[in-house]
Design a binder for this molecule. Structure first.
Ligand code: CU
Ligand code: CU
Length: 349
């Protein structure tokens, strides 16, 4: 499926950022070496990430992301859709050079983006190939928690069906206690349910925002740090699982093209203040339901566990960074770029 295929573009991040607005805003990392996601300010006061007294030292990106995960909305499935997710223990890159030991649906962090339409039937099977017990909870479904969202042990499986009754942008996640740990360790994904009738054609992207809390693990890898999760001291934030990946390999659109971004905030704890610098959303559909429109929005809150649909049209070529406007966290990795009309930064200045 398209969602899983990595895409690599021959865009040098330094060329992209040279002289661009990103540098002026301090996002650029002036080469990542020049702009560290500093663990301490010069005066020793703590910053948003983890290096405070009594807490473990966290990871920092090393270099650039060269291959970003595709953010394109995968094509619609058939109905009824037979869908199986296998839970796996995997090591994934949550930033350039940062290998993290995650629990993940189908080995992906975030899990596969699901795309169905209102009225579709999903016949779902969960298989636990992990070493610990897990479960799944689809926010897009109406189904009993005590029957279908139960924890299954390693080697076990669980099947149930659900109907996509409401259109929207929905989270799915593991609900096994402690849920903070299971979501914080990568067990989430987005489900986009198209409305009936469908929205107008657009360039469509899915972004899952989440935060990471890490302590040193074996062989240079990183493990979940539940103490930092409880203290809400993230080391990194990301769109689609890897910090800064769309700064280094931007998303693209054409001048005047309708762009629709499905944003799901997996948390586990932080709110997203989703904003595109230099743009205004023509419309935001709260929870992704077109019956909940808000017009002319600059920044909109996506709560942990929520998804929203953002539509914008950009009238002039250039670079348009997308961020969480919660600036203690932006510099930890919740920053990407929408390059419009072939803009690369270097060519623009
Ligand atoms: Cu789990
Ligand atoms: Cu939930």
């Amino acid at each position: 499926m398209g969602m899983y295929e990595p895409h690599t573009k021959e865009i040098s991040r330094r060329n992209l950022l040279r002289g661009s607005a990103l540098t002026a805003l301090g996002f650029a990392a002036a080469g990542i070496a020049g702009y560290t996601i500093a663990n301490m300010d010069d005066d020793g006061s703590p910053t948003a990430n983890g290096d405070v007294p009594g807490q473990s030292v966290g990871p920092e990106p090393e270099g650039e992301v060269t291959t970003a995960r595709s953010a394109e909305l995968p094509p619609l499935g058939v109905s009824p859709l037979d869908l199986t997710y296998r839970i796996q223990d995997v090591t994934v890159d949550i930033a350039a050079g940062v290998k993290y030991n995650a629990w993940a649906y189908d080995g992906l962090l975030p899990g596969p983006a699901l795309h169905v339409k209102q009225g579709d039937q999903v016949n779902f099977t969960l298989v636990n190939d992990s070493a610990t017990g897990h479960s799944i909870d689809f926010h897009s479904a109406r189904t009993p928690w005590d029957k279908n969202y139960i924890t299954i042990v390693p080697g076990d499986s669980l099947s149930f069906g659900w109907k996509a009754e409401f259109p929207g942008v929905f989270m799915y996640h593991c609900g096994t206690p402690p849920v903070l740990h299971h979501i914080g360790n990568g067990m989430y994904g987005a489900a986009v349910v198209d409305p009936d009738p469908p929205l107008a054609p657009a360039k469509e992207y899915v972004l899952v925002q989440s935060e990471f809390y890490a302590k040193e693990g074996a062989n240079g890898t990183w493990d979940a740090d539940v103490d930092k999760m409880l203290a809400v001291r993230p080391d990194l934030l990301a769109f689609n699982g890897t910090a800064f990946q769309y700064r280094d390999v931007p998303l693209t659109a054409e001048v005047g093209e309708k762009v629709r971004i499905y944003v799901m905030n997996a948390g586990p704890t932080l709110f997203s203040a989703f904003h595109v610098i230099g743009a205004i959303f023509d419309v935001v559909y709260v929870d992704g339901n077109p019956r909940n429109p808000l017009y002319g929005v600059s920044t909109y809150t996506v709560a942990p566990g929520q998804g929203c649909t953002f539509e914008l049209t950009v009238p002039e070529a250039g670079l348009y960074p997308f961020v969480t406007h919660s600036f203690a966290y932006t510099g930890l990795g919740a920053l990407g770029v929408l390059a419009v009309g072939g803009a690369t930064g270097a060519a623009e200045h």
